[in-house]
Ligand binder design. Sequence first.
Ligand code: NIG
Ligand code: FE
Length: 411
Amino acid sequence: MRILYINIKELLQVREENTYKISGKEMSKLPTIKNAFLLIEDDLIKDFGPMETLSIDAVDKTIDVTGRIILPSWCDSHTHLVYAGNREQEFVDRINGLTYEEIANKGGGILNSAKTLQETSEEELYEQSCKRLETVMKMGTGAIEIKSGYGLTAEAELKMLKVIELLKQNYNIAIKSTFLGAHAVPSEYKNNKQAYIDKIINEILPEVAKANLAEYIDVFCEEGYFSVADMEAILEASKEYHLIPKVHVNQFNAIGGIKASVKLNALSVDHLEVMKEEDIEVLKNTETMPVGLPLCSYFLSIPYTPARKMIDSGLPFALATDYNPGSSPSGNMNLVVATACIKMRITPEEAINAATINGAYAMGLSKTHGSITKGKKANFIITKEIPSYGYLPYDFGNTNIETVVLNGITI
Ligand code: NIG
Ligand code: FE
């Protein structure tokens, strides 16, 4: 099936093959074609260019999108979309003055979600997750990473990963799965964290790998959760199974997790709300993508990742939602892009680069996703009639999307 889109007001993020990530120096540029056409064949981008160069016959369908902008669908490289229930009560507790840390210390937080998830059947967990996935796809997300980490037992972690697997099978969207057994220390291991780490390394990780249920591995490296040494031990052990690290670091404290992650060839380091000078230095000239999660900062009222400074120092930068019940109960990438512009002081061009091609890189998908490139997946957003692409983050809180096309199919 060949579909031709004509009279596109502006086609964004037009890239050559072999462009897999954009460095800080290049992020202020967003290559576009005004008054463009786009030809797709089945699930792939076949051709595009200025309308005046269009000389294509034999198409099955022509769609006139006069006044609309087309951009690649969002690439959300960090989510915990598979979870059970919600933490609305903790939201109110925080409004009433408790901190995220105080709530966690009372047995709330991740452990609260783990308890709910352990008591939820796989079917029910799948149903809840489907609704969230459908919602984010309609909001323009076309590739997504999903983590385990609300199970914290072998059984419940596998249940989460199986649900991610089912989502992969049943939805027309690229999904990458990450094993996050080291998300929090279960209460029964409160006084013996090492025993839980041993359990992850010797029991849960081998089972996850044997069942082929994850491509990536994550650790929440933070005071009160897992130390740098804990993270190193878990990531070292995962090498045997060829799991690639993508890790939670520097959310509340800078404890050296970035340096360790880079050494262990992490594909991405995520959160980064608290950054020391040396953390920025150590990321330079590496293959590790720094990922900011502005909705987490917004929702928890914690500092924003110093994206401006990082980009100015030449680092590439990606944006993701962190969709989860505790620190970001939203999977809205449009809001991520707007919040990054408003609160991190990055430009619309930088934010769109961060939320498309650099996001794709941060989950190993930039060969197929994240830009308008011949041969890449036909994944894109058709906006409503808007004055310019900068209007997308400017008009924050509104989702100016008319149509989402994923793998050539309008959803
Ligand atoms: O990325 N920081 C660790 N994990 C999640 C939140 C966990 C939760 O509160 O449920 C995050 O923010
Ligand atoms: Fe997270």
